[in-house]
Design a protein around this ligand. Structure first.
Ligand code: CA
Length: 152
């Protein structure tokens, strides 16, 4: 059995979200899409995605706000995909904890390459933290301290 990487796409434009979903599912990722920041917060906590693709212009909040909130408790890799191309927006997102920043419009190859880079980095972090913070298991309960997630 292979466990597929779960990617959460937070994007309110269905065309872009569905386009990314098609690309990622073809590469065997498990894809979830949400269109608002509030829905994203709930889903991140309950589903523990392996990677998040975040649009900054969301209907109910600024993606930056969501990014900062998630970084309070999670190290999940976040790749920002935004139409905001100004340097100060990129710097602010990276400083707030984004792992990468992709400007719309982007090419499929660039998106996939950025995701691969982010995942390689994550694999290294996971290997490191596995040494330091072991995963706690008790019966069916499993707590992954590094990811900030509990599984049953
Ligand atoms: Ca948007």
């Amino acid at each position: 059995m292979t466990i597929r990487d779960k990617i959460l796409i937070i994007e309110d434009e269905p065309t872009i979200a569905n386009f990314m979903r098609a690309i990622l599912e073809a590469r065997d990722y498990e894809v979830m899409i949400v269109q608002s920041g509030a829905m994203a917060s709930t889903l991140i906590a309950s589903h523990c995605p392996d990677l998040i693709i975040l649009d900054l212009g969301l209907p109910d909040m600024d993606g930056m706000q969501l990014l900062k909130a998630v970084r309070q408790w999670s190290k999940v890799p976040v790749v920002v995909v935004s139409a905001r191309s100004h340097e100060r927006d990129k710097v602010a997102a990276l400083d707030a904890g984004a792992d990468d920043y992709l400007t719309k419009p982007f090419s499929v190859d660039e998106l996939l390459a950025r995701l691969r880079v982010t995942q390689r980095r994550l694999a290294l972090i996971k290997a490191d933290t596995a040494k330091e913070t072991p995963i706690f298991t008790n019966g069916a309960l499993k707590i992954d301290y590094a990811a900030g997630c509990a599984y049953l």
